[in-house]
Design a protein around this ligand. Sequence first.
Ligand code: TRH
Length: 398
Amino acid sequence: MSLNNNQARSLALFCKVVDNYGDAGICWRLARQLHHEHGIAVTLWIDDLQTLRRICPDAAIAADVQQLDGVTVRHWRNQDGVFSTADIADIVIEFFGCDIPPGYIVAMAECNPRPVWLNLEGLSAEEWVEGCHALPSPHPRMPLTKYFFFPGFTSKTGGLLHESSLEAQREQFQSDQVAMTAFLAQFGVTPGEMSSLKLSLFCYPHAPVSALFDAWQFGDTAITCLVPEGVAVEAVQAFLGAEARSGAAQTRGALTVRVLPFVPQADYDKLLWACDLNFVRGEDSFVRAQWAGKPFVWHIYPQDENLHHKKLRAFLQRYSADIESLNTFSLRWNGATVENESDQAGWRELWTKFQADMPRLTSRSNEWRQKMLANGDLTSNLLKFAASIRSETAENEV
Ligand code: TRH
């Protein structure tokens, strides 16, 4: 942990939860890392404490201000017009372009030196991201400049969130069969299921889960599919013939489906590490799957006019241009058209090809992880960028 003169000491992170868990999940992860690894005093302003509580069970849902794991968490409601320069952090981040309170911006403009103001954007593998990363956007009226900070997959972007101890924790867990078995056993996974092909499933409701369940059920590989509560509810209920409550399980043919509780964030990593294949979605679980060293399939967050299909293709182009089985499977999983696929293969065929490529996909996952690690982690990259803006500002003021 090192603090030089241009290193910020405080940071405010504003998070509006649009839907689901990713907004809270990413901000909570970033806030903790800023504090634990860089000694920054972090205030997380978040408008939805219920959602935060799903991923961080210690969060109180009725507290205006609370200390959680070293982070000050403030319930962001309508606290406008109540800010003075003393309230302003050295770095101010608006997550996914959420509008921070106008009164806070006015107080930012009155600070000397002014804070570094960043808009932390969503993750995309598209090429334009490199050109937009770190671009300044001067405020139309006030003496303030906001900078765009993009996560990404190349050294010309902000990189991906990755805690410094993650590699060691994963390696230790994955080399400890007893720990992995005990972890899964707490969810009711039996010794027989332990030796089957273990999958975790996290996707949006429109994924063709029932069709894939059919392929697995009538296939010849024993499969255990672990589904957190609330995920793919219709398909899971249809398979179980019962409510998709945590603890429910059913075996039909070669497939066992088991419903897990929605686990705290740190345990979600362990779930990814313990499974042989992970289905992930959105942004944060997608990134965590990339660190897990296991094959994964991404269900991307849907956008208007199928913009997400473009983003999915951009990722696949970077990740697996040469692995057709994964590309076809992923495109079909996301409802995107597959070029050159004359007759639409059924899920049984898609799965057979995918499964045959699993060793190759495992190697790809490990190569990719090394490549991503070489870009540096997002939190350190963000602080380096903020320090460069602070030193520029200081020079201009001399
Ligand atoms: O939940 P998501 O779909 O979240 C988001 C939001 O929809 C957001 O608006 C959108 O912008 C973004 O996706 C792209 O998927 P994501 O990003 O994977 O976030 C899930 C979080 O929940 C992640 O931090 C992991 C965590 N999680 C747990 O802590 N326990 C669990 O059991 C599971 C399944 C997930």
